[in-house]
Design a protein around this ligand. Structure first.
Ligand code: UDP
Ligand code: MG
Length: 322
Protein backbone atom coordinates (compact mmCIF):
# COMPACT_ATOMS: atom_id res chain seq x y z
CA UNK A 1 0.00 0.00 0.00
CA UNK A 2 1.34 3.44 -0.82
CA UNK A 3 1.09 6.03 1.90
CA UNK A 4 0.40 8.87 -0.52
CA UNK A 5 -3.21 8.27 -1.35
CA UNK A 6 -5.10 11.50 -1.87
CA UNK A 7 -7.26 10.89 -4.91
CA UNK A 8 -8.73 13.56 -7.17
CA UNK A 9 -11.32 12.51 -9.72
CA UNK A 10 -11.25 14.96 -12.63
CA UNK A 11 -14.42 15.29 -14.71
CA UNK A 12 -14.77 17.67 -17.67
CA UNK A 13 -18.32 18.95 -18.06
CA UNK A 14 -19.84 20.71 -21.03
CA UNK A 15 -23.56 21.44 -20.76
CA UNK A 16 -24.04 18.59 -18.33
CA UNK A 17 -26.67 20.04 -15.96
CA UNK A 18 -28.94 17.09 -16.69
CA UNK A 19 -26.46 14.50 -15.46
CA UNK A 20 -24.47 16.24 -12.72
CA UNK A 21 -26.88 15.64 -9.85
CA UNK A 22 -26.99 11.89 -10.45
CA UNK A 23 -23.22 11.73 -11.11
CA UNK A 24 -22.62 13.54 -7.82
CA UNK A 25 -24.90 11.15 -5.94
CA UNK A 26 -23.17 8.05 -7.27
CA UNK A 27 -19.65 9.40 -6.89
CA UNK A 28 -20.34 10.49 -3.31
CA UNK A 29 -21.23 6.92 -2.43
CA UNK A 30 -18.18 5.56 -4.21
CA UNK A 31 -15.73 8.06 -2.68
CA UNK A 32 -17.13 7.53 0.81
CA UNK A 33 -16.74 3.79 0.54
CA UNK A 34 -13.17 4.16 -0.76
CA UNK A 35 -12.33 6.48 2.13
CA UNK A 36 -13.94 4.11 4.60
CA UNK A 37 -11.86 1.22 3.29
CA UNK A 38 -8.74 3.40 3.67
CA UNK A 39 -7.92 3.04 -0.01
CA UNK A 40 -7.82 6.81 -0.37
CA UNK A 41 -7.30 9.65 2.11
CA UNK A 42 -9.98 11.83 3.64
CA UNK A 43 -8.62 14.79 1.66
CA UNK A 44 -9.69 13.15 -1.61
CA UNK A 45 -11.99 15.14 -3.88
CA UNK A 46 -14.03 15.08 -7.04
CA UNK A 47 -13.05 18.01 -9.27
CA UNK A 48 -15.51 19.12 -11.93
CA UNK A 49 -14.06 21.14 -14.80
CA UNK A 50 -16.68 23.37 -16.37
CA UNK A 51 -15.67 23.72 -20.01
CA UNK A 52 -17.44 27.02 -20.73
CA UNK A 53 -20.91 25.48 -20.57
CA UNK A 54 -23.81 27.49 -21.93
CA UNK A 55 -26.31 26.08 -19.44
CA UNK A 56 -26.36 26.16 -15.63
CA UNK A 57 -23.56 23.60 -15.16
CA UNK A 58 -21.19 25.96 -13.32
CA UNK A 59 -23.92 27.28 -11.00
CA UNK A 60 -24.75 23.68 -10.21
CA UNK A 61 -21.11 22.79 -9.51
CA UNK A 62 -20.81 25.76 -7.14
CA UNK A 63 -23.97 24.70 -5.35
CA UNK A 64 -22.72 21.13 -4.99
CA UNK A 65 -19.38 22.42 -3.67
CA UNK A 66 -21.12 24.52 -1.02
CA UNK A 67 -23.16 21.57 0.15
CA UNK A 68 -20.53 18.85 -0.03
CA UNK A 69 -16.91 19.30 0.89
CA UNK A 70 -16.07 16.27 -1.19
CA UNK A 71 -16.81 18.12 -4.42
CA UNK A 72 -14.87 20.99 -5.90
CA UNK A 73 -14.49 22.59 -9.31
CA UNK A 74 -12.76 24.91 -11.72
CA UNK A 75 -14.23 26.71 -14.69
CA UNK A 76 -12.59 27.66 -17.96
CA UNK A 77 -13.03 31.13 -19.43
CA UNK A 78 -14.70 29.64 -22.51
CA UNK A 79 -15.36 26.33 -24.20
CA UNK A 80 -12.02 24.79 -25.16
CA UNK A 81 -13.07 21.23 -25.90
CA UNK A 82 -12.87 18.01 -23.94
CA UNK A 83 -9.10 17.42 -24.18
CA UNK A 84 -8.13 20.93 -23.09
CA UNK A 85 -10.66 20.88 -20.25
CA UNK A 86 -9.32 17.54 -19.10
CA UNK A 87 -5.73 18.79 -19.20
CA UNK A 88 -6.71 21.89 -17.21
CA UNK A 89 -8.26 19.61 -14.60
CA UNK A 90 -5.30 17.23 -14.44
CA UNK A 91 -2.76 20.02 -14.11
CA UNK A 92 -4.79 21.70 -11.36
CA UNK A 93 -5.57 18.50 -9.49
CA UNK A 94 -1.95 17.35 -9.39
CA UNK A 95 -1.15 20.26 -7.07
CA UNK A 96 -3.37 18.72 -4.41
CA UNK A 97 -3.44 15.04 -5.21
CA UNK A 98 -1.11 12.02 -5.17
CA UNK A 99 -3.15 10.22 -7.75
CA UNK A 100 -5.76 11.36 -10.26
CA UNK A 101 -8.51 9.52 -12.11
CA UNK A 102 -10.13 11.14 -15.15
CA UNK A 103 -13.59 10.21 -16.38
CA UNK A 104 -16.60 11.59 -18.23
CA UNK A 105 -19.51 13.32 -16.56
CA UNK A 106 -22.14 10.98 -17.99
CA UNK A 107 -21.01 7.91 -15.99
CA UNK A 108 -20.63 5.85 -19.16
CA UNK A 109 -17.37 4.71 -17.62
CA UNK A 110 -18.23 2.30 -14.82
CA UNK A 111 -17.20 3.96 -11.56
CA UNK A 112 -16.87 0.56 -9.90
CA UNK A 113 -13.69 0.06 -11.91
CA UNK A 114 -12.12 2.72 -9.70
CA UNK A 115 -11.53 0.21 -6.89
CA UNK A 116 -9.43 -1.99 -9.12
CA UNK A 117 -7.58 1.01 -10.53
CA UNK A 118 -6.65 2.18 -7.04
CA UNK A 119 -5.61 -1.34 -6.05
CA UNK A 120 -3.25 -1.38 -9.02
CA UNK A 121 -1.92 2.02 -7.97
CA UNK A 122 -1.19 0.64 -4.52
CA UNK A 123 0.57 -2.30 -6.17
CA UNK A 124 2.93 0.21 -7.72
CA UNK A 125 1.46 1.01 -11.14
CA UNK A 126 1.68 4.64 -12.17
CA UNK A 127 -0.77 4.59 -15.07
CA UNK A 128 -3.88 2.41 -15.19
CA UNK A 129 -5.88 2.47 -18.43
CA UNK A 130 -9.61 1.80 -18.33
CA UNK A 131 -10.49 -0.37 -21.31
CA UNK A 132 -14.03 -1.12 -22.51
CA UNK A 133 -14.53 -4.85 -22.58
CA UNK A 134 -17.70 -4.57 -24.63
CA UNK A 135 -19.92 -1.94 -26.17
CA UNK A 136 -23.25 -3.72 -25.92
CA UNK A 137 -24.96 -0.59 -24.68
CA UNK A 138 -23.64 1.75 -27.37
CA UNK A 139 -25.78 2.33 -30.44
CA UNK A 140 -24.69 0.40 -33.52
CA UNK A 141 -23.53 3.62 -35.13
CA UNK A 142 -21.44 4.77 -32.16
CA UNK A 143 -19.93 1.30 -31.80
CA UNK A 144 -18.92 0.96 -35.44
CA UNK A 145 -17.55 4.49 -35.77
CA UNK A 146 -15.67 4.27 -32.47
CA UNK A 147 -14.10 0.90 -33.26
CA UNK A 148 -13.30 2.05 -36.78
CA UNK A 149 -11.58 4.99 -35.12
CA UNK A 150 -9.17 2.78 -33.16
CA UNK A 151 -8.43 0.56 -36.17
CA UNK A 152 -7.84 3.54 -38.44
CA UNK A 153 -5.52 5.12 -35.86
CA UNK A 154 -3.48 1.95 -35.73
CA UNK A 155 -3.34 1.79 -39.53
CA UNK A 156 -2.13 5.38 -39.59
CA UNK A 157 0.70 4.55 -37.23
CA UNK A 158 -0.67 5.98 -33.98
CA UNK A 159 -0.03 3.77 -31.00
CA UNK A 160 -3.16 3.88 -28.82
CA UNK A 161 -4.45 1.43 -26.22
CA UNK A 162 -7.35 -0.29 -28.02
CA UNK A 163 -10.77 0.76 -26.74
CA UNK A 164 -9.28 3.05 -24.12
CA UNK A 165 -10.78 6.54 -23.98
CA UNK A 166 -9.94 8.94 -21.21
CA UNK A 167 -10.93 6.86 -18.20
CA UNK A 168 -7.51 6.56 -16.66
CA UNK A 169 -5.60 6.65 -13.39
CA UNK A 170 -2.32 8.56 -13.31
CA UNK A 171 0.00 9.17 -10.39
CA UNK A 172 1.32 12.62 -9.57
CA UNK A 173 4.75 11.54 -10.80
CA UNK A 174 3.36 10.90 -14.27
CA UNK A 175 1.46 14.19 -14.33
CA UNK A 176 4.57 16.13 -13.27
CA UNK A 177 6.41 14.68 -16.24
CA UNK A 178 3.40 15.20 -18.45
CA UNK A 179 3.61 18.92 -17.84
CA UNK A 180 6.76 18.93 -20.00
CA UNK A 181 4.73 17.93 -23.04
CA UNK A 182 4.08 21.41 -24.37
CA UNK A 183 2.13 20.60 -27.51
CA UNK A 184 -1.07 22.49 -28.18
CA UNK A 185 -2.91 19.92 -30.32
CA UNK A 186 -3.86 17.49 -27.61
CA UNK A 187 -4.53 13.80 -28.01
CA UNK A 188 -4.15 12.73 -24.42
CA UNK A 189 -4.80 9.01 -24.85
CA UNK A 190 -1.88 8.84 -27.27
CA UNK A 191 0.41 11.00 -25.13
CA UNK A 192 0.26 9.12 -21.85
CA UNK A 193 1.88 5.97 -23.26
CA UNK A 194 4.80 8.23 -24.29
CA UNK A 195 5.43 9.16 -20.66
CA UNK A 196 6.17 5.53 -19.84
CA UNK A 197 6.41 4.18 -16.27
CA UNK A 198 4.74 0.96 -15.25
CA UNK A 199 1.16 0.68 -16.46
CA UNK A 200 -1.72 -1.74 -16.37
CA UNK A 201 -5.23 -2.20 -17.74
CA UNK A 202 -8.60 -2.52 -16.03
CA UNK A 203 -11.58 -3.78 -18.04
CA UNK A 204 -15.10 -2.46 -17.60
CA UNK A 205 -18.43 -2.49 -19.40
CA UNK A 206 -19.38 0.75 -21.03
CA UNK A 207 -22.85 1.88 -20.02
CA UNK A 208 -25.37 4.08 -21.77
CA UNK A 209 -25.37 7.84 -21.30
CA UNK A 210 -28.22 8.12 -18.82
CA UNK A 211 -29.28 11.67 -19.68
CA UNK A 212 -28.47 14.42 -22.14
CA UNK A 213 -26.86 13.72 -25.47
CA UNK A 214 -23.35 12.98 -26.69
CA UNK A 215 -21.15 16.04 -26.99
CA UNK A 216 -19.07 14.12 -29.51
CA UNK A 217 -21.07 14.05 -32.73
CA UNK A 218 -19.51 12.42 -35.80
CA UNK A 219 -17.96 15.69 -36.98
CA UNK A 220 -16.13 16.27 -33.70
CA UNK A 221 -15.04 12.63 -33.66
CA UNK A 222 -13.56 12.90 -37.16
CA UNK A 223 -11.76 16.10 -36.17
CA UNK A 224 -10.45 14.34 -33.09
CA UNK A 225 -9.18 11.38 -35.11
CA UNK A 226 -7.51 13.72 -37.58
CA UNK A 227 -5.87 15.60 -34.69
CA UNK A 228 -4.60 12.32 -33.30
CA UNK A 229 -3.15 11.18 -36.61
CA UNK A 230 -1.51 14.46 -37.54
CA UNK A 231 -0.07 14.92 -34.04
CA UNK A 232 1.36 11.44 -33.75
CA UNK A 233 2.25 10.04 -37.09
CA UNK A 234 4.18 10.93 -40.23
CA UNK A 235 2.54 8.04 -42.05
CA UNK A 236 0.29 10.29 -44.20
CA UNK A 237 3.45 12.08 -45.41
CA UNK A 238 5.13 8.73 -46.04
CA UNK A 239 2.11 7.69 -48.10
CA UNK A 240 2.61 10.72 -50.36
CA UNK A 241 6.28 9.83 -50.67
CA UNK A 242 5.44 6.21 -51.50
CA UNK A 243 2.91 7.23 -54.16
CA UNK A 244 5.61 9.54 -55.56
CA UNK A 245 8.10 6.70 -55.77
CA UNK A 246 5.54 4.41 -57.44
CA UNK A 247 4.55 7.04 -60.01
CA UNK A 248 8.24 7.72 -60.70
CA UNK A 249 8.92 4.03 -61.34
CA UNK A 250 5.81 3.76 -63.53
CA UNK A 251 6.95 6.81 -65.46
CA UNK A 252 10.22 5.09 -66.34
CA UNK A 253 8.30 2.03 -67.55
CA UNK A 254 6.03 4.31 -69.58
CA UNK A 255 9.14 5.96 -70.99
CA UNK A 256 10.48 2.57 -72.16
CA UNK A 257 7.09 1.58 -73.58
CA UNK A 258 6.82 4.84 -75.51
CA UNK A 259 10.32 4.43 -76.90
CA UNK A 260 9.48 0.91 -78.12
CA UNK A 261 6.25 2.12 -79.75
CA UNK A 262 8.22 4.98 -81.33
CA UNK A 263 10.99 2.69 -82.61
CA UNK A 264 8.42 0.30 -84.06
CA UNK A 265 7.04 3.33 -85.89
CA UNK A 266 3.52 2.99 -84.48
CA UNK A 267 3.40 6.30 -82.60
CA UNK A 268 1.46 9.33 -83.83
CA UNK A 269 3.62 12.41 -84.17
CA UNK A 270 4.13 14.16 -80.79
CA UNK A 271 2.42 11.40 -78.75
CA UNK A 272 5.64 10.02 -77.26
CA UNK A 273 6.74 13.44 -76.06
CA UNK A 274 3.41 14.32 -74.41
CA UNK A 275 2.89 10.99 -72.65
CA UNK A 276 6.49 10.83 -71.38
CA UNK A 277 6.38 14.41 -70.10
CA UNK A 278 3.12 13.91 -68.22
CA UNK A 279 4.34 10.81 -66.38
CA UNK A 280 7.83 12.01 -65.67
CA UNK A 281 6.81 15.46 -64.45
CA UNK A 282 4.01 14.05 -62.29
CA UNK A 283 6.37 11.47 -60.79
CA UNK A 284 9.06 14.03 -60.02
CA UNK A 285 6.51 16.42 -58.51
CA UNK A 286 4.95 13.81 -56.25
CA UNK A 287 8.36 12.60 -55.16
CA UNK A 288 9.46 16.15 -54.37
CA UNK A 289 6.34 16.87 -52.34
CA UNK A 290 6.98 13.68 -50.38
CA UNK A 291 10.58 14.68 -49.67
CA UNK A 292 9.57 18.20 -48.61
CA UNK A 293 6.89 16.56 -46.46
CA UNK A 294 9.50 14.50 -44.67
CA UNK A 295 11.31 17.70 -43.69
CA UNK A 296 8.09 19.37 -42.59
CA UNK A 297 7.37 16.28 -40.48
CA UNK A 298 10.77 16.68 -38.84
CA UNK A 299 10.18 20.39 -38.20
CA UNK A 300 6.79 19.55 -36.73
CA UNK A 301 8.16 17.02 -34.30
CA UNK A 302 10.97 19.41 -33.32
CA UNK A 303 8.55 22.26 -32.61
CA UNK A 304 6.53 20.00 -30.31
CA UNK A 305 9.70 19.75 -28.22
CA UNK A 306 8.59 16.60 -26.43
CA UNK A 307 10.96 15.42 -23.70
CA UNK A 308 13.60 13.14 -25.20
CA UNK A 309 13.73 10.93 -22.13
CA UNK A 310 12.35 10.65 -18.63
CA UNK A 311 14.45 9.15 -15.85
CA UNK A 312 12.27 7.16 -13.50
CA UNK A 313 14.88 6.30 -10.89
CA UNK A 314 18.38 7.56 -10.14
CA UNK A 315 20.46 5.60 -7.64
CA UNK A 316 22.90 8.47 -7.25
CA UNK A 317 20.12 10.70 -5.96
CA UNK A 318 19.24 8.13 -3.33
CA UNK A 319 22.90 8.14 -2.20
CA UNK A 320 22.92 11.90 -1.72
CA UNK A 321 19.73 11.78 0.32
CA UNK A 322 21.16 9.17 2.67
N1 UDP B 1 -16.92 17.62 -22.94
C1 UDP B 1 -16.25 18.79 -22.63
N2 UDP B 1 -16.13 19.77 -23.59
C2 UDP B 1 -16.64 19.61 -24.86
C3 UDP B 1 -17.30 18.39 -25.17
C4 UDP B 1 -17.42 17.42 -24.19
O1 UDP B 1 -15.76 18.97 -21.52
O2 UDP B 1 -16.49 20.54 -25.67
C5 UDP B 1 -17.06 16.57 -21.91
C6 UDP B 1 -18.47 16.09 -21.64
O3 UDP B 1 -19.13 16.92 -20.71
C7 UDP B 1 -18.24 14.69 -21.11
C8 UDP B 1 -16.99 14.25 -21.84
O4 UDP B 1 -16.38 15.42 -22.36
O5 UDP B 1 -17.97 14.68 -19.72
C9 UDP B 1 -17.27 13.25 -22.95
O6 UDP B 1 -18.29 13.71 -23.79
P1 UDP B 1 -19.49 12.79 -24.28
O7 UDP B 1 -19.94 11.91 -23.17
O8 UDP B 1 -20.54 13.67 -24.88
O9 UDP B 1 -18.78 11.93 -25.42
P2 UDP B 1 -19.10 10.41 -25.84
O10 UDP B 1 -19.13 9.60 -24.58
O11 UDP B 1 -20.40 10.44 -26.53
O12 UDP B 1 -17.96 10.04 -26.75
MG1 MG C 1 -20.19 9.92 -22.97
Amino acid sequence: MRKENTLYVVIPCYNEEEVLTETTKQLKKKMESLIKNKKISKESRVMYVNDGSKDKTWELIKKIHEKEELFTGITLSRNRGHQNALLAGLMTAKNYADVVISMDADLQDDINAMDEMIDKYHEGKDIVYGVRSSRKKDTWFKKTTAQGFYKFMKFMGVDVVYNHADYRLTSKKVLDEFENFKEVNLFLRGMFPLVGYSSDIVYYERAERFAGESKYPLKKMLNFAWDGITSFSVRPIRMVLNVGIIIFIVSILVLLYCLIVKILGRAVNGWTFIVCSIWLVAGIQMLSIGIIGEYIGKIYSETKARPRFIISENLEENNVKK
